[in-house]
Design a protein around this ligand. Structure first.
Ligand code: 13P
Length: 250
């Protein structure tokens, strides 16, 4: 079974509900009947409902950018997996580097969130990736192995089936410096080999690994042509409907 590519938009902290609706109105006709890739839009929490309403019947799935690991509780300002499910969200981005960097998320926290997402049948898009200093110090592989092991700790092969991993080298996020397709493919292969060690060859062979970091319409094809790259997690270029549609239609 070939891995079905997944192209996801991470809007980060952009777009009001009205702006989100406007995006969907322009975007959906540009990807109508698109069956080759799975398409997922991840708006901020406040726009999830309107984006789901707009996407109904289109084949475009909607996800969140984060969630808490508890089902409910006294966690002011947090959003639970039950709340996301109730809205109709199907996916959730976990452990994005901005969550790690600015909100102190660790592999241990991300691992807890991953387990909760799986319990609630939310498809997790789990992010890993090295910062520039780590790459320059020749530590990329070490970092990817540590993060992969950390986020997957205690998860069995059968539980891991829905998991999607996104390799996002932090130095490529929002900088316009894309990893070359070859460099991204090398990192993906490090992650896939480690998943094979942890969860077996079959799980690793079926695992989708997305690349994220300055994916744009003009570099999407070269990245997607790599056997190891199973999709893209797109930030800046996903905010414009034409530009994101061009990436989806690479
Ligand atoms: P950019 O595409 O803006 O570099 O962001 C990538 C990203 O962080 C997606 O999650």
């Amino acid at each position: 079974m070939p891995r079905k590519p997944l192209i996801a938009a991470n809007w980060k902290m952009y777009k009001t509900p009205v702006q989100s609706q406007e995006f969907m109105k322009l975007f959906l006709p540009l990807v109508a009947n698109h069956g080759r890739d799975e398409i997922v839009v991840c708006p901020s929490f406040t726009s999830i409902s309107v984006v789901i309403a707009a996407a109904t019947g289109s084949g475009v799935a909607v996800g969140a950018q984060n969630m808490h690991f508890a089902d409910e509780g006294a966690f002011t300002g947090e959003t639970s997996p039950l709340m996301l499910k109730a809205l109709g969200a199907t996916h959730v981005i976990l452990g994005h580097s901005e969550r790690r960097q600015y909100f102190a998320e660790t592999d241990e926290i991300i691992n807890k969130k991953l387990k909760t997402a799986l319990q609630h049948q939310l498809i997790p898009i789990v992010c890993v990736g090295e910062v520039l200093a780590e790459r320059e110090a020749g530590k990329t592989e070490e970092v990817l192995l540590r993060q992969t092991r950390g986020v997957l700790a205690g998860i069995t092969a059968s539980e891991a089936v829905p998991i999607v991993i996104a390799y996002e080298p932090v130095w490529a996020i929002g900088t316009g410096k894309t990893a070359t397709p070859q460099l991204a493919a090398e990192a993906h292969s490090v992650i896939r080999k480690e998943v094979a060690n942890l969860l077996g060859a079959e799980t690793a062979a079926n695992l989708r690994i997305l690349y994220g970091g300055s994916v744009k319409p003009d570099n999407a094809t070269a990245l997607m042509n790599e056997e190891e790259i199973d999709g893209a997690l797109v930030g800046g270029a996903s905010l414009d409907p034409q530009s994101f549609a061009k990436i989806v239609n690479y």
